[in-house]
Design a binder for this molecule. Structure first.
Ligand SMILES: [Zn+2]
Length: 272
């Protein structure tokens, strides 16, 4: 069932589950926060779900030392779920479709992923529980709905040829926002647009980045600056200043000035 070495498995319900013991380039591991950040609990880190994973780990490996466990919900177009072991730490990435799943289902998912990771037999009852949930009409409908909105023509996804927008976003989020910014939908534009390099579409909670940045000749600081600018729009929503709309407020500009390669980035954008 599992192709050795590829790390690809097929979940019981026919959904793809990626299990790997080695780091994968995309999406990159969660970046570490700068020391200046408060020890805040990241909203996207699911502590209660991490506890479920720890419980299932203990059941599966009663005498093995307990690795630190980190669980996050990510936006996937399907019920994709991944787990990886990296430098003795367990990182699980669950589709945000599973965010409201009942505890027994989360236990089942944790069990299945850990069993696959450590090559142990999967418990039948757990397997069945997961299968039933995955097949339930509510989930199906939600999956379909998300696929139609996220997979629509105007949504091309965050994965480019050279840059992965989610990876760049996560790194910037850690570096400048202590990881506290909720990640919106991120997508490359359809064309190599030069007039609109990037914009934040509040109605669809989507940041669109022009494909002109997805080439090797485009330095990382350029796309970082562009994404950072759009992320500041999330942090500083448009305000009414009397009758004027304040899009780039004083606070916005002060934050923007914190970007170290601002001058280089602006110069690069001008040359496009
Ligand atoms: Zn702007």
């Amino acid at each position: 069932m599992d192709a050795p070495g590829s790390g690809l498995f097929f979940a019981p319900a026919g959904m793809r589950v990626l299990v790997s013991a080695s780091p994968k380039p995309h999406p990159a591991p969660w970046p570490l926060l700068p020391a200046s950040c408060p020890p805040a609990i990241l909203p996207s880190v699911a502590l209660d779900v991490a506890a479920i994973f720890a419980e299932e780990y203990r059941a599966l490996r009663p005498r093995a030392p307990m690795p630190p466990v980190e669980v996050r919900f990510r936006r996937f177009t399907s019920l994709n779920t991944t787990i990886r072991l990296r430098e003795g730490r367990l990182f699980a990435s669950l589709s945000d479709l599973l965010e409201g799943a009942p505890d027994p289902v989360l236990h089942a998912i944790a069990h299945i992923l850990l069993a696959k990771l450590y090559r142990r037999p999967i418990d039948r009852a757990q397997n069945l529980r997961y299968k039933r949930f995955a097949a339930s009409a509510a989930v199906q409908r939600q999956t379909e709905l998300i696929r139609t909105t996220r997979g629509s023509k105007r949504y091309y996804g965050p994965e480019g040829r050279y840059y992965h927008l989610e990876e760049v976003f996560d790194a910037l989020n850690a570096r400048f926002f202590c990881g506290l910014l909720g990640r919106p939908n991120l997508t490359w534009s359809e064309h190599h647009a030069k007039r609109s390099l990037g914009h934040y579409d509040a109605a669809h909670n989507t940041i669109v980045v022009s494909r002109v940045f997805d080439r090797p000749s485009s330095p990382r600081y350029a796309i970082e600056y562009l994404l950072y600018h759009e992320m500041l729009h999330l942090k500083h929503p448009v305000r009414m200043n009397g009758l004027r709309r304040s899009v780039h407020s004083r606070e916005f500009k002060a934050d923007e000035a914190r970007f170290p390669q601002l001058a280089e980035a602006l110069a690069f954008l001008k040359r496009l």
